[in-house]
Design a protein. Structure first.
Length: 309
């Protein structure tokens, strides 16, 4: 069942507006909905006219919202990694962990993993209480990185698992030849090895997220009537295809905002399309949000909910 909805696209195209509008429409249709912002520069609370934090807050009947505290998730990810390192390598702690993790906090990939584990937490801990979870995502670069993390990291962890198996096999050989070897004091069996077990746990978590993105999510791409956002949409499509994540729909937002020429790329024309005109009077209330004409997209999501690909 597809019950997670992601809005993807470049910065400024209107992902927050459409995610807020869809979440409101679904809630007013009688569905229990959680809308979550993954963008470090949160605007979801402003859109819904309520102050949000990292835990669900009720907005109105059937609708809760939260803004993921990315800095908190980065610290949580690093602290869990620190504790795991201490646990597995307590026999050799000459490493200066404070310096190591101080650097790691700003290393490439840390922020993406933090977003990924935040999504996992929402999916496993919070989503069972709702009919739908709607995600307002960061601009393209960060979104594509966290969407690709399960597949890329899964390959990396698989290779580490094979390496660990070879290490344990070599240990077994040494112990058979020399039962008094110092190696005998360590783990030689996969079922008892903490490192092997941890790798297996990570593989399971990554696989579940890969299935969430590819089988149980609506991936909607948001564009404006300009060539730059069209080019960005093509980039997103190509990357998602490489990851075997299908796009569900294309939302053309701010239609009529300018008279500049643009052309919808042929590669995107097969997608169901939903158009939203530029609101010259502005959007000031939650009622204004649902009045932009979000119902066709809501009906599409409801009708396609039980399908998987």
């Amino acid at each position: 069942m597809r019950d997670s909805v992601f809005f993807l696209g470049k910065g400024g195209v209107g992902k927050t507006t459409l995610s807020s509008a869809l979440a409101l429409a679904l809630a007013r249709h009688g569905k229990r909905v959680l809308v979550a912002s993954l963008d470090p520069a949160h605007n979801l609370g402003d859109s819904l006219k309520v102050k949000l934090n990292g835990e669900p807050k009720n907005v109105e009947k059937n609708l809760d919202a939260l803004e993921v505290n990315l800095a908190w998730w980065v610290d949580k990810y690093l602290e869990e990694s620190r504790e795991q390192l201490k646990l597995n390598y307590s026999y050799n702690m000459t490493l200066n962990l404070d310096s190591f993790f101080g650097i790691l906090k700003y290393s490439p990939g840390t922020e993406e993993y933090a977003v990924l584990w935040a999504i996992e937490d929402i999916h496993s801990r919070l989503a069972p209480s709702y009919d739908f979870v709607v995600f307002d995502t960061p601009p393209t670069a960060l979104s594509l990185r966290f969407l690709s993390m399960p597949a890329i990291s899964g390959l990396w962890v698989a290779e580490l698992t094979k390496l660990r198996e070879r290490i344990l096999k070599d240990r077994q050989t040494i112990v058979r030849l020399d039962p008094d070897s110092p190696v005998a004091k360590g783990t030689v069996d996969k079922s008892d090895d903490k490192v092997y077990g941890k790798l297996g746990s990570i593989r399971t978590r990554l696989a579940a997220l890969e299935v969430l993105f590819s089988k149980h999510s609506f991936m909607n791409i948001v564009v404006n009537p300009d060539q730059l956002s069209m080019y960005e949409a093509l980039r997103i499509k190509d990357e998602l295809e490489r990851l075997s994540i299908p796009l569900s729909a294309l939302c053309l937002n701010k239609h009529g905002v300018s008279e500049a020429t643009y052309e919808l790329p042929a590669e995107l024309r097969h997608l169901p399309q939903f158009t939203y005109s530029f609101s010259r009077d502005g959007i000031f209330t939650r009622d204004d949000l649902v009045s932009i004409g979000i119902e066709p997209l809501m009906n599409y999501v409801l009708s396609e909910r039980k399908t998987t690909r």
